[in-house]
Design a protein around this ligand. Structure first.
Ligand SMILES: Cc1ncc(COP(=O)(O)O)c(C=O)c1O
Length: 350
């Protein structure tokens, strides 16, 4: 199948993409949650527009560069969930804010004053949400009092408008996250500041966010393709996985070892809950046990029976960084070829 595609290659089954998109949109609609999917997983403006057409209120980006590419592709409502630091980046944010509905986040005074310095004379204020650490231990203010203080600072800063709270939550701790954000929101309201948005969500807890009533906005990203991590977390099946890496066996040096043409530069070195660097579809006894840059080592306790030239399909451990490694992906519909698509926002790291 797809013999004309040189490997390693990324195939994306649009039938599965559409099903995953609809599944989460239906869930959000049923629970009155606004969906703002994270584009870090696909990095494709066309897919972002499809998500919006399906009912998403806009998208989430991690980087200004990603947001610029999404806006160029026609996306009109973007949240950048990253502290933006440095005058030149903030100037790009200001230019983007003039063109589309934009919001960013901040977790310190430093970030807020950097934004305000550039936006202070703008005719259109920039919406800023306070990033809260509800247990992930990445960025975010550490206490509800700090969230309230930063909300006040944003509210008072020239050129800025306080937009609400944002958190990237720890997996499986919905109720704890809800309590944190609910208390922070109440404190902010008590201080006379509106808090219209509470943005949260992830794929491991994909259909659990209705149990956190304070959350108004779901930002799942990985759900659009799913991956081995999601399978091992019990929130997706092999049949939900829309992105696979098509590879070729290039060597069978021993009866228990075969080598494929996909190493860390195609599959990434990301690990999962079980050993191995991906799931080889249709070969449950085989394991991708080691990677070098351009070689993947498949090992087995029994003779593997793989042959040089044979093609295999691999579900990556973590699908998002795989999208960042390929200039183009191939859209398919089941076993039918559709079209190649450039990954417009790959490498947009600034
Ligand atoms: C800020 C932010 N929001 C949303 C997401 C999406 O989470 P997931 O990949 O679990 O769908 C991520 C993932 O890294 C993130 O960093």
């Amino acid at each position: 199948m797809f013999e004309n595609i040189d490997t390693p290659a990324v195939l994306i089954d649009q039938i599965r993409v559409e099903a995953n998109m609809k599944r989460l949109q239906d869930y959000c609609n049923a629970h009155g949650i606004r969906l703002r999917p994270h584009i870090k997983t696909h990095k494709l403006p066309g897919t972002a527009l499809q998500q919006i057409k399906c009912g998403a209120v806009g998208v989430t980006c991690q980087k200004v560069g990603e947001a610029e590419i999404m806006a160029e592709g026609g996306v009109g409502d973007i949240l950048i969930t990253y502290n933006i630091i440095g005058k030149s980046k903030v100037e790009r944010v200001r230019a983007l804010n003039d063109r589309i509905d934009l919001a960013v986040v901040a977790d310190s005074d430093f970030v807020v004053s950097g934004l305000s310095n550039v936006l202070q004379n703008s005719t259109k204020p920039l919406t800023v949400l306070v990033e809260c650490d509800t247990g992930m231990r990445r960025c975010g203010v550490q206490t509800i009092e700090a969230a309230m203080q930063l909300a006040k600072d944003i509210d008072a800063a020239a050129g800025l408008r306080f937009g609400g709270l944002m958190s990237y939550p720890p997996t499986g701790r919905i109720s704890e996250v809800n309590t944190w954000l609910d208390e922070a929101k109440s404190l902010i309201l008590t201080n006379g500041i509106e808090c219209p948005v509470v943005s949260c969500g992830n794929s491991p807890d994909l259909e659990l966010w209705h149990k956190a009533p304070v959350v108004t906005e779901h930002r799942a990203g990985t759900y659009i393709y799913c991956d081995r991590n999601m399978i091992l977390q019990g929130v997706a099946t092999e049949d939900d996985c829309a992105l696979i890496v098509l590879v070729t066996v290039v060597s069978t040096p021993t009866k228990t070892r075969a080598v494929i043409d996909a190493g860390s530069k195609a599959l990434t070195s990301d690990l999962s809950l079980k050993p191995g660097y991906g799931l080889i579809i249709g070969h449950p006894g085989l394991d991708i046990s080691a990677l070098s840059e351009e070689h993947g080592h498949i090992t087995s306790d029994l003779p593997h029976r793989l042959q040089v030239g044979q093609r295999l399909r691999i579900i990556p451990n973590h699908v998002c960084p795989v999208s960042n490694l390929f200039d183009k992906v191939h859209f398919v519909r089941g076993e039918k070829y559709d079209q190649p698509v450039s990954v417009a926002a790959r490498g947009a790291l600034t």
